[in-house]
Ligand binder design. Structure first.
Ligand code: AHM
Ligand code: MG
Length: 341
């Protein structure tokens, strides 16, 4: 029989390889894992809402499930507050940081930034959605309340990042800087089991993921790159296939495994792009870099950008290294943008 390694066992084994580790980061990861299982349970029920509603099993049920993003946010906050090693969180769902004021949490070494349920416009149509998270060691003194500065660190300082896909199977993928590892939920035992050890993304891919409906708003550089992707050239495997789910999690998960580029560029409508640096782009940048790929805003590595505000948006070009580098060449030639790093 094949040996099964659960996420908990894997986290514990990885911790043992670092004698200096106190187990605090493991406890934060386990709190996220627990939340993910509970969110997955609710996501699985979401499709049954109408049936359950009309059967009158529970009147309020439809309402609860319709607010899955709120539910996911609450669940994560509660688990992280209870774990005692996290001193505060920032969430795409919250205006400001949520400082944990209880005595135990004040001693926590870590802050967590998260998008509790990304791709929420896809809930209604039974398409994969997910949770994205990013963990930093606090800068503020342990024992005091955490501050905004703890959350506004460069992505390069992340100590862990990951995402959970709620898809045909639920998967938990994370890195602590020692490669990217993927775990698939076995519902029969309620555990995430190691299924993808040390994931690597192909340096060259042939999938282009971009919302091409926005072409009229793209810069000349982005338009030129997208057109180049559609030209015929056997050597560089062009034309690339277009795949765009509209759930960053699903698009990036597929591209991570198969190779490809995901772009959400600056547009004339949203000059800073759409996606959030802290909750969506930084964690994926860390994961993709760990898997051997690249992530930039079109000019510089995303992980080197110093955030200025919590809900900052940023353009993103992420995925197979060769593809990201090529896209940057087009932006360099056609666009002139200056970003302060
Ligand atoms: P959300 O945080 O409101 O769910 O929005 C983020 C999502 C991403 O998952 C996805 O990549 C993007 O929005 C799709 O945007 P668009 O519909 O503009 O292509
Ligand atoms: Mg989101």
């Amino acid at each position: 029989m094949r040996e099964v390694i659960t996420l908990n066992e894997f986290i514990f084994q990885s911790q043992e390889e670092h004698p200096e580790a106190t187990g605090a980061l493991s406890s934060v990861l386990r709190a996220i894992e627990l939340s993910a299982k509970m969110i997955n349970r609710e996501v699985n029920m979401a499709g049954l809402v109408d049936i359950i509603g009309t059967m009158g099993v529970k009147n309020a049920y439809g309402e609860e499930v319709a607010k899955l993003d709120d539910f996911s946010n609450e669940i994560l906050i509660k688990s992280l507050r209870n774990c005692g090693d996290c001193c505060g969180i920032a969430s795409e769902e919250e205006q400001d940081i949520n400082i944990f004021e209880n005595e135990l949490s004040k001693k926590g070494r870590y802050v967590v930034l998260m998008d509790p349920l990304d791709g929420s416009s896809n809930i209604d149509v039974n398409v994969s959605i997910g949770t994205i998270f990013s963990v930093f060691e606090r800068i503020s003194p342990i024992g005091e309340l955490c501050t905004h500065e703890d959350f506004l660190q460069k992505g390069r300082k992340q100590v862990a990042a990951g995402y959970v896909v709620y898809g045909p199977s639920a998967m938990f993928i994370y890195t602590t800087g020692q490669g990217v590892h993927g775990f698939t939920l076995d519902p029969s035992i309620g555990e995430f089991c190691l299924s993808h050890r040390n994931m690597k993304t192909p340096w060259k891919g042939k999938i282009l993921s971009i919302n091409e409906g926005n072409t009229a708003y793209f810069s000349e550089g982005t338009k030129a790159y997208v057109n180049w992707c559609k030209e015929i050239d056997k050597e560089s495997m062009r034309p690339y296939g277009c795949r765009y789910v509209g759930s960053m999690i699903a698009d990036l998960h597929r591209n991570l495994i198969k190779g490809g580029i995901f772009i959400y560029p600056a547009t004339t409508k949203s000059p800073e792009g759409k996606l959030r640096l802290l909750y969506e782009c930084n964690p994926f940048a860390y994961l993709v870099e760990q898997a051997g790929g690249k992530a930039t805003d079109g000019q510089v590595d995303l992980l080197d950008i110093k955030p200025t505000e919590l809900h900052q948006r940023i353009p993103i070009f992420i995925g197979s290294g060769a593809m990201v580098e090529k896209s940057m060449e087009f932006l360099e030639i056609h666009d002139k943008r200056n970003v302060e790093v």
